[in-house]
Design a binder for this molecule. Sequence first.
Ligand code: ZN
Ligand code: ZN
Ligand code: ZN
Length: 317
Amino acid sequence: MTLEGVEPRHRTNGERQPCPFCPGQEHDTPHESLAYRTPGSRPDGPGWQLRVVPNKFPALRPDAGGTFCAVEGMVFLTTPGFGRAEVLIECPEHLTAPTALSPNQFAAVFRAYRDRMYTLAEDPYLAYAALFKNVGAEAGASLGHTHSQIIALPVVPESIEAELSGSDAFFARTARCVFCDLASRELADGERVVARSEHFLAVMAYAPRYAYEFWVLPISHTSRYETLTDADAHELAALMRRVLVALDKVRSEPAYNWFLHTAPLRSAELPHYHWHIEVLPRTARPAGLEWGYGCFITTVSPEQAATELRLALPPVA
Ligand SMILES: [Zn+2]
Ligand SMILES: [Zn+2]
Ligand SMILES: [Zn+2]
């Protein structure tokens, strides 16, 4: 695996003409489940600033039938393909780079994540809302028009269970949140910090899977993303945007994913867990060691990556 072999992100090869996410094409998507619209404009018509619609090709469906089978000792467990799959169309303009969103548009994305989580939590059969974004074909994007995905699951995913139990064990030993510890130690040390705002921190992952992997988290403790205020959304968006602009500059617009890790739906505030966003740039191609053993090799240290990104940061808007 080499850094040199990885090219800038490519346009998606599944582009459709006309773009189904552009205004005037609302008939090409299922009925919207959330829209920020100009007052007086009609649902499923133009006049929106942001739209959330069910995915036309859903991985999970709210009406999925089938049987749930999880008998102790059985090898093959099954569960119906129940859940929701939605697409969050982030702006009416046909923009493909998230960094091209205006500050208000970028902030609206984070507000919409929160607003959808509140609505999805009303369904008692949904356990977890996965909110993520694929940028570039190499990171799994099939349409260029900038969008996020929301997949609401009937179970808590394994990676979140691992974070919940790991942070719970740390809390049991130390009576502290491991993410609060991470934020305060990284801020005190500074070596891996890329940028911070009043309430949020962008820091390189201490043990990255791909070079330039960074995390963004609130500096003060909170386990539930739903507590994000509109002012927080603006501040978070501004910080994310600055670091992504720097990443695009330093790594020549790599493909990347970002994903929100937060407490399960309807969770109480947890003292040991702390929501965060992980940004995973595709700066290398995973091969046998990564796929087969979960061991990741990087050729740029997080400290070096932090230095490069700090130097490339645009000024605070
Ligand atoms: Zn479009
Ligand atoms: Zn915390
Ligand atoms: Zn995480």
